[in-house]
Every structure is written in C-alpha cells, then in structure tokens.
Write a protein that binds this ligand. Structure first.
Ligand code: ERO
Length: 312
C-alpha cells in the first residue's frame, strides 16, 4: 500500500509534509523534517529582509488546535536558498518547497528573481494568505490584487509555482477565485492557511493568550478541518485538472488525510498537529492512512483521490 504521490511533475515517496510556518524556521527544525518520514519539507515563508516577527507569546496550542500571530518571523530568503541548496546536494533525489511572501508585487518579483538566480530546483509556494502582519490585508481576499500578482509572477518566473490561499466561506468566492486561478499555469493551489483573526481566551485570568493584535490570531487544528475540506474540494471541482491541490488544515490522523485526498488533494500538509507531536508524527500519520486504505481495498492514492460521493 503506497502513500506516494506526484506534484508539479515531481515524485514524492510520501504525500505528507509540513505546513509552511511549522518546523521550518531554521536548519535545526528543517533537518528534523528532512530526517522524518515526511515526503519533503516547505520552508517558513521567506521575505526580502529577515524579520523578528511579532512579540511573544505569539503561538498557543489549545485543546482543539492552535492560535498564532507570529508576524512572519524568518531568516530572509538567502538563508533558506542556502539550506535547500545544501539539501539538493546532500539528498538529491528529493524535491523541496520554498515558501515566499512579498509585501507588494515588486517584492514578490524580487523574491522570484533571487530564486531564479540561485541553484534552486524545487517548487515555489507563494503565500497569499498571511493574516498576522498588522496593517497588511489578506492578499487572498483581494481578488483583483491576486490577478495582478499572478500576471506579474508568471511573466517573470517560469519554474513550478503554486499559491497558498486563505480559506473562503462563500460559493461565489470559490467561483471567482477559480476563474482567476484557471488563467495561470499554476502547479498547485494549497488550501487552506489558518482561519484569520480568531480569539482564544483564558477564562481563569480573563485574558487573551497571545500578545500581538490584542490576542487575535490565525486558527488551526480541529476547528478548521471542515473549512479546509470544503476549500480543497471546491477548488478540486473548479480548477483546470493540471492545477493540483495541496490539502492543509485539521490533519492530525491518517483518516483526516484520507478525507483531504478523497476531496481531491494530491499532497497533504500538517501544521498544528506537527507542532504538538513533532516530526515523529509522520510515521503515525502514514501508518494510519495505510490502514484506512487497506480497510477499503485501496493500494494507491489515485484509487480514491477526488472520489467524494454526493447524496444528489
Ligand atoms: C506567513 C505568515 C503566516 C503566519 C505568521 O507568520 O504569523 N501565520 C499563519 O498562520 N499563516 C501565515 O501565512
């Protein structure tokens, strides 16, 4: 029973990987994912300049998930390009993901130019959905801006590239976003990023639990799985089949991954549960997914990918 997959024309021994932002800030964390059973890793979203991010506490686990307002802390793109370059030499038969996010179109272009000038041979994940930079709107909710960014991006960059999207909650928004995305030769769409600007309260102290933004932060974990599955399936139904789906959100068991793949995902990313359990989680998730598949007589992901049944 195989949990291997193909994405952007590359083969991956396992369909599980980390979600950008989790276990991918520096070499110490990335080495752990690289050494785990994950099929590959994606780096923390890199910006033009290194960033220290928001004041701490800025991440809190909760019983059902997590809340974060990290504020895009990262070592800057050159750091990650160096790390990936080392891994491409050390473990050449794997393909790696570089996440990037600019604060405007010019920065997106600058980041992509840096990648083009490097020996990077992996897949780019353009993050359009960071909810935690005060004053910076969620790009993914500005449809005209998304179209402008992708028009520029595909003019200047010609390697495999996908986008990380925020969750949408309206069928018309799925239609509108899909109509925009289908205009571009995207390798994938990754749904979903955290549900932005939730609030977790400590009722004993009657206080919020993270410092930035008066406690408002992106929500991950069990809370967001139904929204994640809906976004995965909505885009799977609407997008050109050449644009694959990465499913992210609420995966903490093999069955959760099975559900994302049934909705159409070709790769699944793990955030909150990885943060809680560490990279050893990929062994458990892989085993559990294989068990789910075995119980249903499936031997490979394409046996059931996108085969969600309706009642109508
Ligand atoms: C890249 C910034 C993001 C952050 C962050 O750095 O605050 N948190 C998220 O949940 N999603 C993001 O995309």
């Amino acid at each position: 029973i195989s949990t291997e997959t193909t994405l952007a024309g590359y083969h991956f021994d396992n369909c599980f990987m980390n979600a950008a932002g989790v276990y991918c800030y520096d070499a110490a964390e990335l080495n752990q994912v690289q050494a785990s059973m994950a099929g590959t890793f994606v780096t923390k979203s890199a910006t033009v300049m290194p960033r220290s991010g928001n004041p701490e506490p800025r991440y809190q686990p909760t019983r059902l998930g997590s809340i974060n307002s990290m504020g895009l802390p990262n070592e800057g793109l050159p750091y990650y390009l160096d790390y990936v370059s080392q891994q491409q030499k050390a473990v050449p038969d794997k393909t790696y993901f570089q996440s990037i996010t600019g604060f405007n179109i010019e920065e997106d272009e600058q980041l992509l130019a840096q990648i083009s000038a490097s020996d990077f041979k992996g897949v780019v994940e353009l993050n359009l959905s960071c909810p935690n930079v005060p004053g910076k709107p969620q790009t993914g909710y500005d449809f005209e801006m998304v179209e402008r960014i992708l028009t520029r991006v595909f003019t200047v960059y010609h390697g495999p590239l996908g986008v990380k999207l925020p969750p949408y909650f309206d069928i018309v928004h799925f239609d509108q976003m899909a109509a925009i995305l289908n205009q571009f030769p995207l390798a994938f769409v990754n749904s979903v990023n955290s549900i932005g600007n939730g609030l977790k309260i400590d009722v004993a102290t009657e206080r919020v639990v993270i410092k930035p933004k008066h406690g408002f932060g992106g929500i991950g974990g069990d809370y967001i799985k139904p929204t994640a599955l809906a976004n995965v399936h909505a885009f799977y139904q609407r997008l050109n089949p050449a644009i694959q789906i990465i499913g992210t959100g609420g995966i903490k068991s093999g069955q959760d991954a099975f559900e994302h793949i049934l909705c159409g995902a070709s790769m699944v990313q793990v955030g909150t549960a990885l943060q809680k359990e560490g990279p050893i989680i990929f062994e458990r998730l892989t085993r559990e997914l294989q068990t789910s598949m075995a119980q249903k007589g499936y031997t490979k992901l394409s046996d059931f990918r996108g085969k969600l049944q309706y009642l109508d």
